[in-house]
Ligand binder design. Structure first.
Ligand SMILES: Cc1ncc(COP(=O)(O)O)c(C=O)c1O
Length: 427
């Protein structure tokens, strides 16, 4: 565990005193543990890639992407899943190997398709008929062949918030699994000289604490692979099973090990491929949250404290939904500590309120803390995924800086936005 209590009695994170970090860099502040991220990447190598040598693992960069993150992921030998021109651009600028890029998106623009083809990304995951034609046309113009997967919607429900559930039939993502996948998409792709059909992709949802949806999707996808073999005498070479492995936000989350997901996934694929007499495909996993979620914390300074007798105590912080929109978006739950009072008994129950002009800008309801005072530093835990990457400038609040920490050493990897940044694109 990277967080503990250090000699000062303040809350420490990857060997750094978080109260000192707040003083040095000001708040709100994202703090990301390099040790934690590398530990997760190495766990993936040890428990998945080394166990199943043909397999691949890509970090889903939508969870948290900076130039430095690209370098760490490359250095740890993982691939990178990108979903937009901006994510791809970041990877290009970081010097990330393009053959290790998986390019996603449910509505890739022509410019994005061209950018992906120009840089010869490793895989484009085709989501619809329109982009299949465009990839082939542009690859022809560039005289190259692009390897593709089809993203299929397996029609399974997953037990998570509906905004992060993606594998059910009524979804904007992927190709609905019916006759058209084979007769339309695959037949068409096989006739295209500038695309190479490699296999299928599915992603059933995010923050999953059970493996049932992945396994149900594998049953459906392996049957599709059998049908493809029967119809086209073609073995499906690759199966990308997406991400979605859940993490611990609060003590209510029953976080599972990586192998709880990956061993079950691999066993089921093995079993089904034997049953259908298929060659075992190369399997790719795409975790995002699982790699970075618990690597991050956000530090805030407590300002106003407002007690409404017999109702609640609102504790105001200097950030909120612009740096962490997840509670407002998905009713996401977080845990937090007062970093400078880590040893004091938790005597109060308070509500952590953000500073935006929205009643829904509440980060945490009913948090047990020592008696809070203005000037205290609040550390919200497990904010490494979908916080910095989802941040906005709502109410013209500049985005926080990002500091990376490792065994007591801190370094700035993204500077704080300034008020001048806010108006810098205006004419
Ligand atoms: C295609 C795809 N792959 C991977 C992920 C990563 O999901 P998670 O961060 O839950 O692992 C997502 C998340 O939305 C996704 O859409």
């Amino acid at each position: 565990m990277t967080s503990n209590q250090g000699f000062s009695g303040n809350f420490h994170f990857d060997g750094c005193d978080t109260v000192e970090l707040a003083k040095k860099y000001k708040t709100p502040l994202y703090v990301v543990s390099e040790t934690y991220i590398r530990e997760r990447c190495r766990e993936i190598r040890r428990d998945f890639l080394d166990q199943y040598p043909e397999s691949r693992a890509a970090f889903a960069s939508k969870a948290f992407l900076t130039l430095e993150m690209c370098r760490i992921i490359d250095n740890e030998g993982l691939d990178l899943d990108v979903v937009s021109g901006g994510e791809l651009y970041t990877a290009i600028k970081a010097g990330f190997p393009m053959e290790k890029i998986i390019f996603h998106g449910n509505n890739k623009t022509l410019d994005e398709i061209r950018m992906a083809v120009d840089h010869k990304v490793g895989r484009i995951v085709v989501d619809n008929a329109f982009e299949l034609e465009e990839i082939n046309l542009y690859a022809k113009e560039k005289n190259c062949v692009i390897s593709i997967l089809f993203r299929v919607t397996p029609g399974v429900d997953s037990h998570t918030h509906k905004f992060i559930s993606t594998g059910h039939l009524d979804s904007k993502f992927g190709i609905p699994l019916d006759e058209r996948v084979r007769s339309g998409y695959i037949k068409r792709a096989l006739g295209m000289p500038n695309v190479k059909f490699m296999g299928f992709h599915f992603h059933v949802g995010s923050q999953l604490l059970e493996n049932a949806s992945h396994l149900a999707a594998i049953d459906i996808l392996t049957k599709l692979m059998k049908d493809v073999k029967d119809e086209f005498s073609l073995e499906t070479k690759e199966l990308n099973v997406g991400g979605g492995f859940g993490i611990r936000y609060t003590e209510e989350d029953d976080r599972k090990t990586l192998t709880y997901f990956t061993n079950a996934i691999m066993e089921r694929i093995d079993e089904k491929c034997h049953e259908y007499k298929l060659l075992i495909p190369r399997v790719t996993i795409e975790p995002g949250r699982w790699i970075v979620g618990e690597s991050g914390i956000t530090l805030y300074t407590i300002g106003s404290i407002k007690e409404i007798p017999d109702v609640r105590i609102y504790v105001g912080i200097d950030g909120g939904m612009p740096d962490n929109p997840r509670p407002a978006l998905y009713d996401a739950k977080y845990d937090a500590v007062i970093a400078n009072k880590i040893n004091l008994p938790k005597s109060e129950v308070v509500t952590i309120a953000g500073k935006c002009c929205e009643s829904g800008d509440i980060l945490i309801y009913d948090l047990s803390v020592p008696k809070p005072e203005s000037g205290d530093i609040l550390a919200v835990l497990s904010t490494g995924a979908y916080n910095y990457s989802m941040a906005s400038n709502y109410n013209r609040i500049p985005r926080p800086a990002v500091v990376m920490v490792k065994e007591g050493i801190d370094r700035l990897i993204v500077r704080r936005e300034t008020y001048d940044d806010l108006i810098s694109r205006e004419i």
